[in-house]
Design a protein. Sequence first.
Length: 244
Amino acid sequence: MTDRVTARVVGTLFLVATIAGLIGLPLQESVVGGGDYLTAASAHSDRLATGVLLQLVMGVAVVSIAVVIYPVLRRGTERLAMGYVVARALEAVVDVVGAIGLLTLITVGEKYVAAENRASFAALGQLITAERDWAGHAVLDAAVFSLGALVLNAAFYRSRLVPRWLSVWGLAGAAAYLTAGLLVMYGLEPLSTPQVVLEAPLGLQEIALALWLILKGFDSTRGSTPPAAGGARDQHAPSIASLT
């Protein structure tokens, strides 16, 4: 793909991931966000499954972003390019683990509704929802998604493939996102107003970045020189002829 096509694909994938997340999370919360979530999971399994499917779509999209943009990023900094691939792959793993937990909750909900002694199923449901909250709103935000955003925007800032104001916005948003995840780890209620406020700037930046890439593309005058094989060290290495 040319850089122009790559930029459009990456921008489109960012929008797909964002839209899938914005639709999928409310669908999930409408089922599991209430008090009697096990009964709701049994009664509204289709809605919950749709939310899970959108979460998986988001996971595929974020990995695809890293894979598609890697050849462009590596021209300026191969380490950051590879780091971005790793961060996005870890993010997809967390998404899949959370999706499996939510699908398991459907089965637990069905067993809970049919059982006479519901205590054990209620306890299991609490464990599953706790795992989802810790993984999706603490570990993902503090150690995975925010890390990927930091790496991507650092690579953009260094290579100037996009305007630096957009990269700085992303770096600041990633720092706020990381802060939100840490606060959840230390007791902040998941999806509470402070968390949403801290995470909103990065979400808006990713939409702005996606639109920029689709409409403007990468700055083709930046980051266009691929790294030399062997790096700077080889430039100063003596030749075999000079040693003989």
